[in-house]
Design a protein. Structure first.
Ligand SMILES: C[S@@+](CC[C@H](N)C(=O)[O-])C[C@H]1O[C@@H](n2cnc3c(N)ncnc32)[C@H](O)[C@@H]1O
Length: 237
């Protein structure tokens, strides 16, 4: 877990789970194809996800970026990743009715999968630390068009009570700046809700003003009840 600094322009929030979703979850959340996995991918926030590790093992090219990696934080994140998976699983058990038990059959399977993913992450940070770059949305430490595809899961929209509209707008524009063709954001439903982020229409309109076209796509993944949509933004070049 990390304490985010409200003065950094993120809208002012407390603890955010450093979670550890797997390649299997990323594929489902973002409807990723084998071709997608051959592109240069940014995963921001990367958290303690096993995604970069598992795609690297296939020969792919993923860079994970997260505010928690600052100040040598990558070792701390690696050391606490499994404990964070335990913390996330406790939350899920306490709120089991808020989840659909199809992707994971039950809380035990969720726990096993997230712990395994956290372990992949921790091992990979030791063998390939250059894949884990500290960064804080809405300002990323990458040149324009560094990546083909930027993925962002469980930060924007999820923490809508704590992250203001300006953060959402600026972060989306920033992800589009560093990705040549496309960004995908998941989910569109704040934690504790089963409705879309209330200012989504406003965001789509503002992105359109900047020349970024967006569409909402249903995906074949629903863990948090009601959260089965991603936002796909095409970046004009
Ligand atoms: C719930 S985790 C999601 C991690 C990963 N995408 C996954 O799905 O497993 C949220 C992450 O957002 C990171 N975070 C919070 N504020 C951030 C910011 N302003 N810029 C980049 N990362 C941030 C946290 O450190 C945490 O790792």
């Amino acid at each position: 877990m990390i304490d985010n600094d409200p003065s950094a322009g993120t809208g002012g929030f407390g603890e955010i789970l450093v979670s550890s979703r797997s390649l299997h979850e990323y594929r489902a959340m973002f409807a990723l194809t084998d071709d997608d996995l051959e592109r240069r991918i940014l995963d921001c926030p990367g958290g303690a996800a096993g995604f970069a590790a598992e795609v690297s093992r296939r020969g792919g090219d993923v860079t994970a970026c997260d505010v928690a990696y600052f100040d040598g934080g990558i070792d701390r994140v690696a050391a606490t990743a499994v404990a964070e998976a335990d913390r996330g699983n406790r939350y899920v058990r306490e709120h089991a009715d808020a989840y659909r038990w199809t992707f994971f059959a039950d809380p035990d399977e969720h726990h096993r999968a997230r712990r395994e993913s956290a372990e992949h992450f921790a091992t990979h940070t030791r063998t390939s630390p250059h894949r884990y770059i500290p960064g804080r949305l809405p300002t990323l430490p990458f040149a324009d068009n560094t990546f083909d595809l930027a993925l962002s899961s469980h930060l924007l929209f999820s923490y809508a009570d704590d992250l203001d509209y300006t953060f959402h707008h600026r972060s989306t524009i920033e992800l589009a700046r560093v990705a040549t063709t496309e960004i995908r954001l998941f989910p569109l439903t704040p934690i504790g809700s089963s409705e879309r982020y209330p200012q989504l229409d406003q965001l789509l309109a503002d992105l359109s003003e900047s020349g970024i076209s967006s569409r909402i796509a249903e995906v074949d993944y629903e863990f948090q009840a009601g959260a089965n949509e991603m936002l796909v933004c095409q970046v004009p070049r």
